[in-house]
Design a binder for this molecule. Sequence first.
Ligand code: DLL
Length: 434
Amino acid sequence: MEKRYFQPEAECASREQIRAWQSERLVAQVKRVYENVPYYRNLMIDKGVEPGDIQSADDLYKLPFITKDDLREAYPFGLLGAPLEDCVRIHSTSGTTGKRVVAFYTQSDIDLWDQCCARALVAAGADKSDIVQVAYGYGLFTGGFGLNGGSHKVGCLTIPMSSGNTDRQIEFMCDLGTTILCCTPSYASYLAETITERGLRDKIKLKAGIFGAEAWTEEMRHDIENTLGIKALDIYGLTEITGPGVAYECLAQHGMHINEDHFIAEIINPKTGEVLPYGEKGELVFTCITKQGFPMLRYRTKDICVLNAEPCECGRTFLRMSKPMGRSDDMLIVKGVNVFPSQIETVLLNKGYPANYQIIVSREKHSDILEVNVEMTPEMFSDSLREISSREKELVEALKIMLGIYAKVRLVEPKSIARSEGKAVRIIDKRNLY
Ligand code: DLL
């Protein structure tokens, strides 16, 4: 296997060195957060923990968790870790009730984030001779800017395409000779299919792809690799922790290396919060030890994973995380966008519908389809077909504003959605992703 690193001194450091960095950085970070973030200081006081109780990374378990509820409560500035005038950018993602998560970045945060993404690109074989087409969305979503920054750091020629406009994506890929493609796996799959249909497979020079932001299966990986003749590598991250590049796959394709000099990973039992040993399945928790603008300590990701501490044939010493195997909340990722059933419910209730609905997610040719069946009230049911169809259109628009993606809406007869005796079955996910 070709062995290439962006920062070998960190990526291949001894486990003792990594632990020493983690301890030193954690102690300093906890002090800084305690002094500058009253919201987290109160969480620590409630748990009876003081900065002095954290002497090394072994004391991490003593700290309180941060959850999505905390983010909502502290929105927008309550968890800011640096003066606002030192922050240079925000990114954002949808939250549980339509309230967004807003993450702040200082210039140093952006530099470190770019380095993390550069590591991912180099692990995929990139060097300055590569041409990187970034087809993740640019904007509030972290995908586009993250990989863009990483590509610059490596010195690659960067094509900031953003997502969509498939014709232009393929045209540039052929004309400019793109060698590395960065986008969601479902979009990669769609591009692969379109390239094949158009008979352009011989015109492309792709050698690798860095695909993440949503769950994808090994079958999908093989499909993309065979269709495009490339290595397809996974990349993981989340807005709260920084964005893409929290963890990245190497050419061994056996788990994603966590950038442990910046993020400490733990696996916990999602019900009790107890820390589990490596190798056990549980909820992934991250602590940012170098980030300043939005320094999450023990942030519960809700992603269910396994951590692997075995040495990797690529030479990197960072722990590897498995692909997420599910979520411990009800968040769905549809077309790379985070969707919470509560957002859909909010739209329905605001528009006067009863809270009897069902969300159906399926996948056709590796592309996600979101459908919402909504019960009408008896009064609505007496409306004409034309009125019902205009109501459906109105809901499609309102959902698009709330979620940012298209959802097919079907209004159904009152009481036609099966009632359940326990928890309502609101989501039918037919994709079998995990
Ligand atoms: O999805 C950041 C990202 C952008 C990652 C581009 C990779 C590439 P959010 O929109 O905040 O951030 O969504 C974060 O997406 O908690 C996981 O549930 C899921 N996720 C991210 N990467 C993967 C992956 C970006 N490789 C949430 N496999 C996370 C499975 C993933 N799920």
